[in-house]
Design a protein around this ligand. Structure first.
Ligand code: A2P
Length: 279
């Protein structure tokens, strides 16, 4: 399994600066759920003063006392929506990974360090108004979309939300499937999401109703046939992309070829890509 650019746990050229306590929150783990040998989610308490926009990421780490080593920080998309009382994260477990090797062992009551400032490009503000919001993800790249599909603002801005999640194996899809099912059932967001939120899942190395990389499904049109719609339309569709570096590059090429223009916080466009470590 390769790492998405968010929640990755490999050495990168961009190293987090040494933690400065003034810049850090120390929060408590409230919940942990493991899906596979490679994937888990957890929740932590939310500092009263912490504000973020759904889709953003923060840097998180573990205290030195928990690992016996200097704290290592990694970028994690916040997977819970901005109105939620606790903060959720969806993480990969990298064997020997400097952070996730320890992080995968957390239990309720443990301490997580979190930098005070969130940021990111997978935010509604970076997109021009449109009718249909596509959130295209692979692996842990679904995390920022778990935040957005639970945010009423996304339904105020878009008529329809389509999230896609592609993984190698069926059991890696459980987080997105559970999140979307719970969203449709949610007393607050369920009403907005009913008949307007769709999750399309596919696998590449397992049997599943829809199989194949998302790039293949877009290129051969089977994604659109599956939904009973025509292809992407840059006038009304807006696209967010989150996954591994290779996936980001390939999906970007496809949407650019379809006439989409990349947006940013200061210049909204018709698609956005997570740029946590890019450029
Ligand atoms: P595949 O099984 O064909 O490699 P990973 O864990 O490696 O990030 O992969 C998660 C999912 O993303 C897998 O289903 C994988 O398919 C798919 N994937 C990997 N690279 C790309 C890419 N360049 N474009 C689209 N999908 C990709």
């Amino acid at each position: 399994m390769t790492e998405n650019i968010l929640s990755q746990d490999v050495k990168t050229d961009v190293q987090a600066p040494a933690p400065i306590l003034d810049n850090l929150f120390a929060e408590t783990v409230t919940e942990v759920e493991h899906y596979t040998d490679h994937l888990f989610r957890f929740r932590i308490t939310r500092p009263a003063s912490f504000r973020f926009r759904s889709g953003e990421f923060v840097m998180i780490g573990l205290p030195e006392s928990a690992t016996g080593e200097k704290s290592v920080f990694r970028a994690y998309s916040i997977a819970s929506p901005s109105w939620d009382e606790t903060l959720e994260f969806f993480s990969i477990k990298v064997p020997g990974g400097p952070l996730t090797e320890h992080l995968q062992n957390i239990v309720a009551g443990d301490t997580i360090l979190m930098r005070k400032k969130s940021t990111g490009t997978l935010v509604l503000d970076a997109l021009l108004p449109g009718k249909r919001l596509w959130m295209i993800s692979t692996g842990t790249g679904f995390a920022p979309f778990a935040s957005l599909v639970r945010d009423p603002e996304a339904y105020e801005k878009f008529e329809t939300l389509i999230a896609t999640h592609t993984c190698r194996y069926v059991d890696e899809l459980r987080y997105s499937q559970n999140t979307v099912a719970a969203t449709l059932d949610d007393p607050l967001v369920g009403e907005f999401a009913a008949n307007r939120l769709q999750l399309i899942t596919s696998t590449t190395r397992d049997d599943h109703p829809l199989t194949g990389r998302i790039t293949t499904l877009m290129q051969d049109g089977s994604l659109y046939r599956h939904l009973g719609i025509d292809g992407l339309d840059p006038e009304h569709d807006r696209v967010m992309i989150c996954g591994s570096m290779a996936m980001l590059k390939d999906v970007r090429l496809l949407v650019e070829a379809a006439g989409f223009v990349e947006g940013a916080n200061n210049k909204p466009g018709s698609f956005v890509v997570e740029r946590a470590f890019v450029g």
